[in-house]
Design a protein around this ligand. Structure first.
Ligand code: HEM
Length: 191
């Protein structure tokens, strides 16, 4: 994955637990502890190694680290040069998710080796949202859940994960209950 992702892991660890812990993570991963080149693709195995060593250093399960970094990613990306894409990607959670494939395609213009996931968003009859995810990568489902929560926070909308079904190695579907939109939005409570 592009260095930007490894930089997000780095910032997450440094902001939460300081640079000494980050040095420890890098030492265990067998790499130097400087920044990564944001626009250079790195091996996925390196990102996984950094995530695994972060979990060991924080003494928490890998899934927790993936979820927390997913939530953190939204803030991190908003601060990056791609921030305007987040700003103009939609005015509420559902709209933003629906625009995510187009957003990753735009990013691909700057990062041509990007292998982004794809999302399909569909409202269910009961008012819930069905979100299908497909990726060439395995095991990132908790990261996606963290992203949902990060986006919920970004849009100040309550989002609850009601259901999860794995459909393949990098394929899954969630049922989400999404609450009120911002001031002029139509959708209201999800009690
Ligand atoms: C401006 C904001 C964003 C930028 C710049 C961005 C960019 C990226 C980059 C560079 C990767 C690594 C993939 C690679 O290098 O091949 C990635 C992966 C990913 N992105 Fe985005 N992204 C953004 C927002 C989002 C949001 C809001 C979501 C929410 C659902 C999302 C979902 C994902 C997921 C799940 C992955 C993991 C890779 C996978 O599933 O295969 N991204 N993105």
């Amino acid at each position: 994955m592009y260095g930007m992702v490894n930089n997000a892991i780095r910032s997450f660890v440094i902001e939460r637990r300081g640079s000494d812990l980050w040095s420890k993570v890098c030492e265990r991963a067998g790499i130097d502890h400087g920044e990564f080149a944001a626009t250079m693709p790195y091996d996925d195995a390196l990102s996984l190694q950094l995530l695994q060593q972060t979990a060991v250093a924080l003494d928490v399960p890998l899934d927790c680290v993936l979820r927390d970094i997913g939530a953190y990613w939204v803030k991190f990306a908003a601060r990056s040069s791609f921030g305007p894409l987040i700003q103009f990607g939609g005015t509420h959670f559902e709209e933003f998710l629906g625009n995510l494939n187009a957003m990753h395609s735009k990013i691909q213009a700057s990062l041509p080796k990007l292998a982004p996931p794809s999302f399909h968003v569909e409202p269910a009859c009961d008012g819930n949202l069905i979100v299908a995810y497909r990726s060439v990568r395995e095991g990132l489902f908790p990261f996606v859940e963290g992203l949902f929560l990060g986006l919920a926070e970004h849009f100040s909308q309550p989002v609850e994960i009601l259901g999860f079904e794995q459909l393949g190695p990098g394929e899954a579907r969630w049922v989400l209950r999404v609450g009120d939109r911002n001031v002029d939005g139509v959708l209201v409570p999800a009690a």
